[in-house]
Design a protein around this ligand. Sequence first.
Ligand code: PLP
Length: 409
Amino acid sequence: MKIRKNIPLIDQHDKFGFWGGKFGGNFVPETLKKPVEDLTILFEKLRKDKKFVKKRDFYFKNWVGSPTSFIKLESLTKHLGGAQIWTKIVSEANGGAHKIYNATVHCLIAKRAGKKYIVGDTGAGYAGKMLSMAAKKFGLKCKIFMGAKDIKRQKPNCDAMKKNGAEIVPVYTGSQTLVDAVSECMRYWVSNCDTTHMCVGSTVGPNIFVKICGWSTSQISRELFLQIKQEFGTIPKKIKLLNCVGGGSSSFGFWNEFMHYDKRQIEFVGIEAGGPKKSKRHAAPLTYGSKIGILHGAAQYVNQDTEGQIEETESISAGLDYPGVSPLHCFLKDTKRARYTAATDEEALNAYKLVTRCENLNPSLEPSHAFAEAIKLAPKLSKNTIIIVNSCGDAHKDKDILRQRLGKF
Ligand SMILES: Cc1ncc(COP(=O)(O)O)c(C=O)c1O
């Protein structure tokens, strides 16, 4: 299994939609075959259409607010010693997280497909908030599926969705988290695909949804590539790109432009949710060697029991609380292009505390997992190593959890 040069990773699947011959695919019911095929044809046409790409770039710049800042975290670097720590503050994007890129592109596609309704899933609430914002902007009626547990723990984002006129459909099945929200959303789309476009909130789902999302979030690394060159005059010899991984959309978008660099020069480190220290449950299928299974229309490494039933996950971070992971990341793991590890709830909270104490930055619980790894790594590395963390979400949504767990600190 090898990554090919000069072909975007999102296109390195076989004719059946599998990356590396085994990850991804299209495990969809008969009724969805045609809508998925139509969407594939439309997307492949649009991404080659210069006018469409120009329109995307217009909205990325003038509405999303690209490019987001790339800065050195001077105090944190000084505090830890060793490697330099930098961050790309993707949370500066409109709405407060990277999910806006995928949501914007899906709404533009829905308009071109002549659809009036759009549905989506959400965990941390950012995918839902962004879809509601984009739907409002482009005049689409929006419905968001969200687990009942997540509705409780991510209230600020739910308030935003409602304010944008979206309907939130609470999901009470299973663990009442993201995995159940995606399932319900897909079920809804099966019966409403004639009138409704579906936005999958991460690089998961049937092949075409992985591709659309990856194509959209890659804007992050396109910007970062130019920003690194501008800052250092070249691409430095030792860079580590650290990103939290739930479904995998922010990490894929953060890495894509650097895919063909040697990993000794640019290493990709994905940080999954290890869950509470004392719990056996986690949301880290890549780190803990979960087996391949089918989830949400795609083959992937996924937490499962001995009978192949999807296992419940546990994480303080609603955005990472997902048993599976993008087929793109399964491929990156098997080709050894990326390395994956996990941070526990406690490590993420401690990282949040340290980062906010040292810097004027407020990373949500998802990127706090990536900062936890930066904190572990930096002291062991030389000053000329550059660690870059994707600060992909703002912690405003986590204020209740942070107050409960940390009190006033
Ligand atoms: C701020 C933030 N970061 C990361 C994630 C994880 O998703 P992904 O791995 O697709 O970036 C989420 C998901 O909701 C999120 O809201």
